[in-house]
Write a protein that binds this ligand. Sequence first.
Ligand SMILES: [Zn+2]
Length: 397
Amino acid sequence: MFNTLSERKEELRPRDGSTFRMFACGPTVQDNVHMGHAKTYIAFDILARWLLKNGFKVDFLLNITDIDDKIFDRAKKENIPYMGIADRFFKEFLSDIETLNIQTVSRTERVSNFVTEAMSLVQGLIENRRAYQLDGNTYFDISKANNFGKLSHQTQYQLRMKQIDAAPGKKNSVDFLLWRKVPDTTSGTWDSSSLGRGRPGWHIEDTAIAFSVFGAPYDLHGGATELIFPHHEAELAQDEAISGEIPFVSHWMHTGLLLNHGEKMSKSLGNDVKIQDALKSWNSDQIRFYFLKRHYRDSYDFEPHMLSKAKEEFEPVIEAASILGKGPEKSESRAIEDNESYTRFALAMNDDLNTPKALQILVKLSEEILRKRNERDSKILGPIFWAIVETLGFRFF
Ligand SMILES: [Zn+2]
């Protein structure tokens, strides 16, 4: 797998030898999620499925950002408590990923349940002089980090040109918020005797969850490429400053962006296509097939006509499934692994999840099944077909 940190392909192996701990940044539950989210979470789902197929246990954590100005604003507009908004779109998100057959997530954790942990991590960083307070806000001092900029591959000169959480008097322009002062007592603020009333910064939320849930260095963290800087760069700096473990996260995985007419698809730009709307025209398998036709690290435009094309290309796979009937058959795993198609499939998957190639192999195999249409060949090819289908996450409905 390509590691954003080293910029090289590296072998994945769980630190503890058996359970692979992976953490993907989940959505902000301010609205229904869009196809860009689908692209990202399908990629992480494929990774988890492939690890499971290879005999590892997988602990796949997805966090849910339910503390955010956009949620507070919407709640104000609708005149309901902000948790009402967060609860509603959290439920909708769970239903969307279930429909897309993203079944590998072991746990979803909501940020609002980890504010106390975030507070104590921030206090610890102040005590260790890795953070400082200014006008009631608390900032991470990046000059104390181990090589800040190493994840986004930026030099100190490049970083000096950037601003994060701009405020007069900060030590460095990219020092980022750990705790933000919110003077009023509206909902969504927490009181801390040393930090003052406010809210945790976005980046410390993930660190609080990772420390609470995994409790130790873990194997993989990621999300879409837009999160590399500042979000993941900041997280990495915090993780290492708090734990003293370098690296705290072994592997960083980032998915290319889904664009709309060349611009990033996002709710804030108003150019997003909701998953629920896409599902009115295409089913979950067709959407999955469409995304897997491209490599997960590619960024590309969302083009509905390509989805319709994917629908056609998926036809032989559906037909083969209906000929073979009744889903995964148990077969000797030796027999599967010795098969030439499966060997090529495994090679493709082991090469940074080369799903475009893996799909070609599946389509060819499906065409072979359709050509032969006899019981003897179905018996041999069936288990291979189902092993591949299961890894790629098609469900046929
Ligand atoms: Zn995150």
